[in-house]
Write a new protein. Structure first.
Length: 217
């Protein structure tokens, strides 16, 4: 299966570096970010895991829980964490899922369902499609899916930016324009008619086209 926006994020039970969890139960009423890695002790992922640890307080502010996944066992993750701390300055401070049987990778459509074999004997190239970021809302629905190649490090500042935009839509029912960042003007969706918009935004808004209305919150 492949996951699309609006699908319910599959629930699962798995071992992590913080103990065994049931995913939906672990998420509770928070947003979540699940980001995956094709193999432990890989260079690009090492930098990503360290940076995510550094900016975890920003996710905490937004009530977003972080969880990583790598197609190896949790004891390998623990050894890798020492390298991450040594080279990046910060060890992972969030759970890392151990997926040596490839169950979660297949459940989330990152590997074909027919994939089999000992994960410890698989290379990063064998698992190159396990390079996804899934953002999951409070309703357990998939809100964002990003897929990266192994050679390109992910931009987690962009993930934060998109979460800000989605949470603003959740609370204020607005959309965001190209390259939006917090504090910039936003867009009134076309589903909101002018009369309703005048009530929702008494400060007024600018109509560039009937379908393009800009408002400063």
């Amino acid at each position: 299966m492949s996951l699309s926006l609006g699908d319910t994020a599959p629930d699962f039970e798995a071992d992590t570096t913080a103990g065994r969890i049931k995913f939906h139960e672990w998420l509770g009423n928070s947003w979540g970010v699940l980001f995956s890695h094709p193999k432990d002790f890989t260079p690009v992922c090492t930098t990503e895991l360290g940076y995510m640890a550094k900016i975890k307080p920003e996710f905490d502010k937004r009530d977003v829980k972080i969880i990583g996944l790598s197609v190896d066992a949790t004891n390998d993750h623990a050894r890798w964490a020492k390298d991450i701390e040594e080279t990046q300055g910060t060890a992972p401070n969030y759970p890392m899922i151990g997926d040596p049987e490839l169950k979660v990778a297949k459940l989330y459509g990152m590997l074909p369902a027919a994939t089999s074999g000992d994960a410890s004997k698989r290379t990063a190239a064998d698992n190159l499609t396990v390079r996804n970021v899934f953002v999951i809302g409070r309703d357990k629905k998939v809100k964002l899916v990003l897929v990266y190649p192994m050679t390109a490090g992910r931009n987690f500042d962009e993930v934060l930016r998109v979460i800000d935009a989605m949470q603003l839509n959740e609370t204020r029912k607005v959309a965001t324009p190209v390259n939006w960042k917090p504090g910039d003007p936003v867009i009134i969706p076309t589903a909101i008619k002018d009369d309703e918009a005048k009530t929702m935004f008494p400060q007024g808004f600018k109509t560039l086209k009937p379908y393009l209305r800009i408002v400063k919150l």
